[in-house]
Design a protein around this ligand. Structure first.
Ligand SMILES: [Zn+2]
Ligand SMILES: [Zn+2]
Length: 227
């Protein structure tokens, strides 16, 4: 089973306070919050645009907004990161991904013996779940190496999925540098890097240095932060 879910905003007080805390300044926090809302408004408009004259049904209550309608358009909307596709097992109600046939691969047998717990909810992680969460963005060899490293700890699938960028609401990605796990928002990092490039071409050295520091903080700041 799968649901197509639209995510726009969380409880307004929590949302507002998150933005202010992250900016470290009330007015800047409010501006970032406004920018985030503008981004979400664009997302909704683009979604309506995408459906054109095709069918679209919304099943919305409390926190969830589930979309039903033309499957091709829904898939396209996922590709454009307007909505999320959440797959789940009907019986257990848990999120699932397509299975890797781990049992048939000798190198996976060994790693299946390793036990790790989620650093957020402390739930026991299996290699399968780890692979589904992190492996899709990496390759098998790299994923195996990470899993076998005792100094590295991870989030379970459902905790990892909740990690969104507080500025632009994109899902965070992760990177491991010297055995430390960092989370970052590709969107915001790319945005900042292009600003840094502009600063260089316009010889604006003050802003250049400032933005380099900001980039540094960006990688650190998102480390183990939750919405
Ligand atoms: Zn967890
Ligand atoms: Zn972001």
């Amino acid at each position: 089973m799968k649901d197509y879910e639209l995510w726009v905003h969380w409880k307004q007080g929590d949302d507002c306070s998150n933005f202010i805390t992250q900016a470290g300044d009330v007015k800047q926090g409010l501006l970032n919050w406004a920018e985030n809302m503008e981004y979400n408004v664009k997302k909704i408009r683009r979604l309506v645009d995408l459906f054109g004259d095709k069918d679209l049904d919304i099943d919305a209550c409390t926190h969830s907004i589930i979309l039903n309608g033309d499957e091709d358009i829904l898939k396209r909307a996922v590709e454009e990161e307007l909505i999320d596709c959440i797959e789940y097992d009907e019986e257990e109600g848990e999120n699932i991904e397509e299975d890797l046939d781990l049992t048939n691969k000798s190198q996976f047998k060994e790693v299946n013996q390793i036990v790790k717990n989620c650093i957020k909810c402390e739930k026991e992680l299996t290699f399968q779940e780890f692979y589904d969460t992190y492996g899709r963005k990496s390759n098998e060899e790299k994923t195996l190496k990470l899993w076998s490293n005792n100094t590295i700890h991870f989030f379970c699938c459902s905790c990892f999925r909740k990690m969104k960028c507080k500025s632009c609401d994109n899902y965070l990605e992760f990177i491991v540098i010297d055995d430390i796990l960092y989370f970052f928002c590709r969107n915001c990092v790319v945005d900042l890097i292009s600003k840094i490039q502009d600063n260089l071409t316009t010889n604006n050295h003050d802003k250049f240095a400032k933005n380099i520091l900001k980039l540094n903080n960006m990688l650190k700041n998102v480390l183990i932060e939750f919405k």
